[in-house]
Design a protein around this ligand. Structure first.
Ligand code: C2E
Ligand code: MG
Ligand code: MG
Length: 321
């Protein structure tokens, strides 16, 4: 495979990843053998592609339910089984909606609603996340533009980007095309990447984010606190918003140490020019504490759960009134 292939005057290079399983006591029949070769193939791809790996028992075998889900995920876009829900976030002082986060839902014909925490990793692993992500982006931009055209106060729509989406080479092109197609101004689109995605390769992240910021998009650091990095390491990155993970917010009224840490994060974040958003606020006591320490915005069940398009539209209508 190393030599170039010539196709209609183009020189193409193809890399290959190979998974190998041997017919032995661990892989005794054809079906298991193929399953194990497949597991080894995933491993080879995870190891950076263009290599081969042998199956061994430590390669965690996927449960049959997951394999089944992964198979039906391949058709989910085509069968129109995806829906976006929108969770509003509000200004801590005024309670006014400042934006909505687009959250993907999969209605599986047999299994019902499947959580994104289950299917996003599968989509990521199989590469399906690229086409699913483009669909999410287009729907979210289209919806935000439709709300603006209907005369509702303009808000930001936030879309989550998985690690693979974030590192795809044509991300800027896809974003430019989607904004042009949907006629949404870039300042109304926010991209969320998680702390662990951001720190995986700081050089790459810096360059990519600078490009996106130059396009006029808003950038948000999601799930902050879960990636064990420090704000001082992240301050080189051109983020606009910092979203503190729910796992901390849950603790602020229980553990005084966590409360102090959150207070410090908010102060430091704001001094670096970031707007700080608390995720997963469920209790009035949490809101009161966050208000007392000047957290900018709140997203959580206390105000709104993720809403269907109709519910979200209704909420915007009331907001206007
Ligand atoms: P996330 O980006 O951190 O989104 C916030 C999650 O917290 C959502 O879960 C939301 O429903 C939940 N949440 C918000 N407020 C509360 C609260 O007060 N209490 C509790 N218990 N939960 C709250 P959801 O919708 O299940 O999404 C889970 C994760 O899946 C998201 O975490 C995000 O990482 C990923 N995800 C969702 N949609 C997409 C998508 O379109 N693309 C990609 N790449 N990832 C997505
Ligand atoms: Mg998010
Ligand atoms: Mg989050």
């Amino acid at each position: 495979m190393e030599s170039a292939f010539h196709l209609y005057g183009h020189e193409l290079y193809i890399s290959s990843s190979i998974g190998i399983a041997l017919l032995d006591e661990h892989s005794p029949d054809v079906e298991t053998l193929i399953q194990h070769a497949d597991a080894a193939l995933y491993y080879a791809k995870n190891e950076g592609r263009n290599n081969y790996q042998f199956y061994n028992q430590s390669l965690s075998q996927k449960k049959p339910e997951l394999l089944k889900l992964e198979k039906s995920l391949r058709h989910a876009l085509e069968y129109e089984e995806f829906v976006l829900h929108y969770q509003p976030r509000v200004n801590t002082v005024t309670g006014k909606i400042t934006g909505m986060e687009a959250l993907l839902r999969w209605y599986h014909p047999e299994m019902g609603i499947v959580s994104p925490n289950v299917f996003i990793p599968l989509a990521e692993e199989s590469g399906l996340i690229i086409s699913i992500g483009e669909w999410v982006l287009r729907q979210a931009c289209k919806q935000n533009k439709a709300w603006q055209d209907a005369g509702y106060p303009p808000i930001v729509i936030a879309v989550n980007l998985s690690p693979k989406q974030f590192s795809q080479p044509n991300l800027v092109e896809i974003l430019t095309d989607t904004l042009a197609e949907t006629q949404l101004q870039p300042e109304f689109l926010e991209l969320e990447i998680t702390e662990s995605t951001a720190i995986a390769d700081l050089d790459f992240t810096t360059t990519a984010l600078q490009c996106l910021a130059q396009m006029g998009l808003l950038l948000s650091l999601d799930d902050f606190g879960t990636g064990y990095s420090s704000l001082s390491r992240l301050q080189v990155l051109p983020f606009h918003n910092l979203k503190i993970d729910r796992s901390f917010i849950k603790e602020i009224t229980i553990d005084p140490k966590v409360a102090h840490i959150i207070q410090a994060i908010i102060t430091l974040g704001q001094s670096l020019g970031l707007k700080v958003i608390a995720e997963g606020v469920e209790k009035t006591a949490e809101l009161e504490f966050l208000r007392s320490i000047d957290c900018d915005e709140i997203q959580g069940y206390l105000f709104y759960r993720p809403l269907s398009i109709d519910q979200a539209t209704e909420v915007l209508k009331n907001e206007k009134a």
